[in-house]
Design a protein around this ligand. Structure first.
Ligand code: ATP
Length: 546
């Protein structure tokens, strides 16, 4: 799977999807450029989202707010004080790490070692299980599912196996105060049993447990590092003129919600959608375009009457997963992840995760944010953020009247969705027959997402075929993004189009000059058929439109 990921990254570069930013200057870390095919694919993903959210919903409208905003907005939103990552510096190597990721790596290391020790132990003692998973789980259950923390420690000490498993528990034992030891052991054990590394990581960060690496290297303590980029407005470098590049698009929606509501005569429940860039000074960049410093978000804030948020939250949670699945992705590639540790203002939060080659990773978040953001803006701006709801409450017989709406938010990272789409579509297909070895790399993209919808090939460069091909192309190019290619053998041209996911290749040959027919070759099946050139518009349109 490591190889798969590497192959996708190099494919993305080779075929003009994604380039490292400023590559000729050795690149700029965690910043990427989208190439000729990448920007088409990205635009198509945006279109799919915009149509599904704005065009298909009468009560959702879209906006495009500025990246620069009044600095007080980020005080009100909590970003100035709270938008930070825990960070550790290695004093020896002078390298900086995100504490949570470092810990996650170390935990993974730890448990891998621990489980391989266990394997050895079981082998030595000739204990057999039907599967490896069972070994890990049974061991853990037997030894650590003890609600009494004290007892657990005794168990750990008295157990003969796995030094590593023991140490992992003991490093917690060393660091926690007695008061929450019991609770911590319980949740740690639960996380362990469900093999939920991110939960283990959360526990460790939250409890400020010293990471087991602290003994092996010269680390600073964990410090908080604000993720917002700042810059100066105007010519004077004065502290009061410091503004930030927005770290999320949501605030542009919150501060405009009454403008939109009034000018659009929107009635609750209604939504505002936005696609735009966001910037975060991520401490550590990793996994290609999963974590970038400049990225794009597609967010929608849905304003509802207080008390109805749970119902809307459930609806959006399902609707958003359906949006992903409608692209034809296998449902088992997705899962929900419920946040158990909620931000103080949130009353529910779920992530939609996709199984990337490096494991399940958040692609989208659905959050129930209560009236936190709007109330904060009311407090900081001293402008009323209330909505007047004329609808009659059946219980009181009176209008619901003035209130600050509650907000359900759906927030998806466009770049993560792009990577997901690329990985999910990528296939190295073996086409070997008994006679000869053959293979192709094909992107099985949903046709509506494909950067190029059809490629037009004259069979040869002479006899008027290029002219005929151009004539066909001119009729189609207003509706579809097309590519014209006359170089190399047809087989080679097919392969190049497969590699960028083009659903149709259209070949113009001598017969075309006589009866206006062409061959159309389908990407997925590689089947070919002969059709009238006048039908192409419909044939392509049927497959590539939503
Ligand atoms: P993570 O925990 O992975 O940093 P997050 O919880 O901070 O993500 P949100 O603030 O909820 O993310 O942002 C919503 C979406 O924006 C995420 O689901 C993700 O797809 C995307 N996103 C967030 N940070 C980045 C980034 N640095 N690069 C690319 N996409 C990002």
């Amino acid at each position: 799977t490591d190889d798969l990921f590497k192959n996708v990254i190099s494919h993305a570069k080779e075929y003009g999807f994604v380039f490292q930013s400023s590559e000729i200057y050795d690149g700029l870390s965690a910043v990427y450029d989208y190439g000729q095919n990448g920007s088409e694919l990205k635009n198509n993903i945006k279109t799919y989202w915009w149509k599904a959210m704005v065009q298909m919903n009468e009560n959702i409208v879209g906006i495009d707010s500025a990246i620069f905003m009044h600095p007080t907005i980020w005080k009100a939103s909590g970003h100035v004080d709270g938008f930070s990552d825990p960070m550790i510096d290695n004093k020896d190597s002078k390298k900086r790490y995100r504490a949570d990721q470092l810990i996650e790596d170390k935990i993974e290391d730890y448990w891998n070692k621990a489980f391989s020790d266990l394997d050895d132990y079981f082998k030595r003692n000739e204990i057999t299980f039907s599967s490896t998973e069972e070994i890990d789980l049974n061991f853990v259950k037997e030894n650590f599912r003890n609600p009494e923390a004290g007892q657990t420690i005794v168990d750990i000490h008295s157990t003969n196996f796995s030094e590593n498993v023991k140490r992992a528990y003991l490093f917690i034992a060393d660091d926690i105060n007695a008061k929450n030891a019991l609770e911590l052991f319980k949740s740690f054990t639960d996380a362990l049993i469900s093999e939920d590394l991110s939960k283990l990581r959360d526990i460790i960060i939250e409890q400020n447990i010293k990471c087991p690496v602290s003994g092996t290297a010269n680390w600073t303590d964990v410090r908080q590092f604000n993720l917002m980029f700042s810059t100066q407005v105007g010519a004077i470098a004065d502290e009061s003129e410091t503004i930030y590049l927005r770290p999320e698009t949501a605030q542009g929606i919150f501060v405009n919600y009454l403008n939109v509501q009034k000018s659009g005569r929107m009635k609750i429940p209604f939504g505002i959608a936005q696609i735009g860039k966001a910037f975060r000074n991520e401490v550590i960049a990793r996994q290609f375009i999963i974590r970038m410093r400049e990225f794009e978000q597609m967010e929608m804030q849905f304003f509802v009457r207080p008390g109805t948020q749970r119902e809307w939250f459930d609806k959006w949670k399902q609707t958003r997963l359906n949006w992903h699945l409608a692209l034809g992705t296998a449902p088992e590639k997705y899962r929900y992840h419920e946040h158990t540790k909620l931000a103080h203002y949130a009353d529910a939060a779920f992530d939609i995760e996709y199984n990337f080659p490096f494991g399940f990773k958040e692609v989208e978040g659905i959050h129930s944010r209560t009236d936190f953001d709007l109330s904060q803006h009311e407090k900081f701006s001293r402008k009323k953020m209330q909505y007047f709801d004329p609808e009659v409450d059946p219980e009181t017989g009176k209008p619901y009247g003035n209130y600050i709406p509650y907000v359900i938010e759906t927030s998806i990272g466009l770049d993560r969705m792009f990577l997901l789409t690329l990985i999910n579509a990528y296939e190295e297909e073996d086409l070997s027959t008994e006679e000869k070895q053959d293979s192709r790399t094909v992107l099985r993209l949903h046709p509506a997402l494909a950067p190029v919808k059809a490629a037009i090939f004259p069979l040869t460069k002479k006899d008027g075929l290029p002219e005929k091909a151009r004539e066909i192309m001119d009729k189609l190019k207003l509706n579809f993004n097309l590519q014209y290619e006359e170089k190399d053998a047809i087989g080679k041209r097919y392969r190049r189009q497969d590699a960028i996911g083009t659903p149709f290749c259209i070949t113009v040959d001598h017969q075309s000059l006589e009866d206006n027919t062409v061959t159309i070759r389908h990407r997925d099946t590689m089947a070919q058929e002969r059709v009238n050139a006048d039908d192409l518009d419909r044939i392509i349109g049927d497959l590539v439109s939503w």
